[in-house]
Every structure is written in structure tokens, then in C-alpha cells.
Design a protein around this ligand. Sequence first.
Ligand SMILES: *Cc1c(COP(=O)(O)O)cnc(C)c1O
Length: 227
Amino acid sequence: MEETLAKRLDRITERIAGAAQKGGRQLADVQLVAVTKMVTVDLLGEAITCGLKAFGENRVQDWLAKYEAWGDRVEWHLIGHLQQNKARYLTGRISLIHSLDSQKLAQQLDGLSAVQGRPWQVLVQVNVSGEATKYGLSPEELPDFLDATRSLKGLDICGLMTIAPYVKDPEEVRPVFRGLRLLRSEVSRSRPWLNLRHLSMGMSNDFEIAVEEGATLVRIGSALFGY
Ligand SMILES: *Cc1c(COP(=O)(O)O)cnc(C)c1O
């Protein structure tokens, strides 16, 4: 018999709870963001029926059709690199941008916040692993970036995001997740004005390790939708 979305969701939730417990945390501290980039509008509807509330997309063009169908009935998260000519489509429609990765984009979003009537909730993407193919600031660039964006009232920088390399044994990428958590402590220590309450880290292959290391948002696609 084919496994249902509801079943997969139950199992993932149990695994998040187990990992949270192992890390001395609560299930309620971790929000599941269902990544729907490979999922049709209809399957997304089924996910809503299952009780999922937050959905992550990484391409603005693909997301727009889903937004048209489901609108503000759910919470939308942008998790992929945002091209500057696409930012205006997000205005007033996105709960959290996980992928702020440049000063230019920060300035552009800041400008659009007036149109939106509220600041953007954003996470800064950090390329902890240093893979050349990944977007994100290097850990060394983060402190100056935070200082330079401090004056932008249109941005509420509420955490950090990272993507670990794909590996067979996720235990191998624990240092990446731990690295993001330590980086947060380090930059926050000398900057009391920061409130980096979120760590967005962990995907289908490695979310349990990420939760053990302090993830507050996990971004899960394939394990949930079964592709
Ligand atoms: C696709 C994607 C995910 C989900 O990946 P899965 O391995 O399918 O869970 C998470 N984060 C980002 C940024 C993605 O692009």
C-alpha cells in the first residue's frame, strides 16, 4: 500500500520530537517548514488538510501559482536565493525570508518595506561549510554585514540559516549545524541589539542532527512528500 502524506508527516513529527528530546529541547521549539518546490498545487492542498501551516518555496516564479491558489491561508517562507528583480512580488505575502545573502538585497527589501507597511522578517544565510556552489555569506563576513544592516528599519533580522552538504551519514554534518549555533552566540555577544531567535537548518537527510544542535526551523521536502 502506498504510504500517505499524513503517515509520513506523523513519522517526521515523531523524529523531530525524538531529536528535540535528545538535545534537551521541546517539539514546540521546532517549526516544520514543508518544502513544496517539487509539489503541485493540489498536493499542497492535501498538505494543508494534514494540518501543515508553513510552506517553503525557493523560486518566486514557481511559488506565484501556489500563492494564487492558496493565498494567505498559509504561511509562506522563501528559502532560496532571491534575485533582486523578483523581490517586489513578495511584498505583503511572505512570512519569513530564509535567504538574505547580500547587502544589496538588504537595501532593496528595506526600500520595499514601506510598500508592505511592516518590516520583513529575514534570516541571514551563512555558508558554514564553505561549498563553492552555495549562496550565503561566509562566517567571517557576517559580523560586518550585521553592523551594516543595523540601521535598516525595514528589516527584522531574526536569525541565521544554513544548508549542509549532502552526505550519506548526516552525523558528518553536525559540525556545520553546531557551527551556525556557535556563530550566533559569537556575533550576539557583542551586539545586544540583535535578537537572533531562529536557526533554520536541517533538511530531509539531516534534520534530526540539526534539531539536536538547536534548529528552530527545519525545511523538509522529499521525506515529507515522498519523492
Ligand atoms: C529543496 C530545499 C530543501 C528541502 O530539501 P529536501 O532534501 O527535499 O528535504 C530545504 N532547503 C532548501 C533551501 C531547499 O532548496
